[in-house]
Design a binder for this molecule. Structure first.
Ligand code: MEV
Length: 319
């Protein structure tokens, strides 16, 4: 028997970094997924294969000895195997429709899909239980995560995520789509978050003012999305980028990409941790192709993305 689960990647439309220190962020999941397939074995080992590498370890190997990027998956496998008792090993296969380390939530989608797939070998579980386990697992490599990314990867769609864990589903159907462009500069979310913390500690008054401004901006952006005022959503997005620039998570490559995107989209910003990774631009049918063409002409890798509405999906394969 194989237990197969997949979870979508995500973009942060508004609020990254500031959400780590309270308030809220707006995220949406995208139509690019990570799939995790797991099966029980009698090897006594946890064996993981993925595009990030492979690992084969005894099921009771101390977590601190596990190569960091795969540690959350091993954590989930160890926890579920030990709770279920008796079963001696597990193989886990991870496949991805998008690269890791580019700000599209590969680590969170992986934790969510792995939690659903591995728990699914033994029992049914709710999305709330999957989310709790996924966040716990992600904290084994990124202690300070806000939990926002795992939340949208679990539930899908467009959500408002509050730092206290409250999730408000934004049920209205915004008529925008996104262009995502990849800077090809990999980044480490936990390192960028640590750098922002240093900035915050050294500039408490400025950071606090920016946080207040960001909160207001998010409220305005949600109203603008609700009334499908794309020009206003775009302006809020570009304004959000200015705050991100101020806390030091942009760089010259990202700025150059944004300048191309600003020309014909409604607005653009980095998405996720920044300092590399991706930018997003808000578009609709009238300008999507033009924005993609402009970015490609300048040599940037980019693609159109739609919102995913399904969140984590699970199935058992008995063949
Ligand atoms: C990373 O995708 C988003 C950050 O806000 C960190 C977090 O919320 O855990 C930078």
């Amino acid at each position: 028997m194989k237990s197969i689960a997949s979870a979508p990647g995500k973009v942060i439309l508004f609020g990254e970094h500031f959400i780590v220190y309270g308030g809220k962020a707006v995220l949406c999941s995208i139509d690019k997924r990570i799939t995790v397939e797991s099966a029980l074995t009698d090897s006594g080992k946890i064996e993981v294969r993925s595009s990030l590498g492979s690992i084969s370890c005894a099921k009771d190997m101390p977590l601190s000895e596990i190569e960091s990027t795969l540690r959350p998956i091993v954590y989930i496998a160890q926890k579920i195997l030990s709770e279920s008792g008796g079963q001696s090993g597990i193989t886990i296969n991870v496949t991805a429709e998008f690269p890791s380390g580019i700000g599209l939530g590969s680590s969170s989608a992986c934790c969510v899909a792995a939690a659903s797939s591995i728990v699914g070998l033994f029992s049914k579980c709710t999305k709330e239980q999957i989310l709790e386990l996924a966040i716990e697992a992600e904290r084994t490599i990124f202690e300070n995560t806000s939990g926002a990314d795992c939340s949208v990867c679990t539930y899908g769609g467009l959500i408002e995520y509050h730092r206290d864990g409250q999730i408000v589903r934004l049920d209205f159907e915004p008529r925008f789509s996104l262009v995502i462009a990849d800077s090809k500069m990999p980044h480490s979310t936990s390192q960028v978050v640590a750098r922002v913390k240093k900035y915050k500690d050294e500039n408490p008054a400025i950071f606090s003012l920016l946080r207040t401004q960001e909160e207001r901006l998010i409220d305005d952006a949600i109203s603008a999305m609700q009334s499908n005022d794309l020009a206003l959503v775009g302006r809020k997005m570009s304004q959000n980028q200015k705050y991100l620039d101020q806390i030091g998570v942009s760089n010259s490559t990202l700025d150059a990409m944004l300048n191309v995107a600003y020309q014909r989209s409604y607005g653009a910003k980095i998405t996720g941790a920044g300092d590399g990774g991706c930018i997003i631009a808000i578009v609709d049918d009238s300008n999507q192709q033009a924005v993609i063409r402009d970015l490609l002409e300048k040599g940037y890798d980019c693609f159109a993305a739609r919102m995913d509405l399904r969140g984590v999906q699970h199935q058992i394969d008995n063949t």
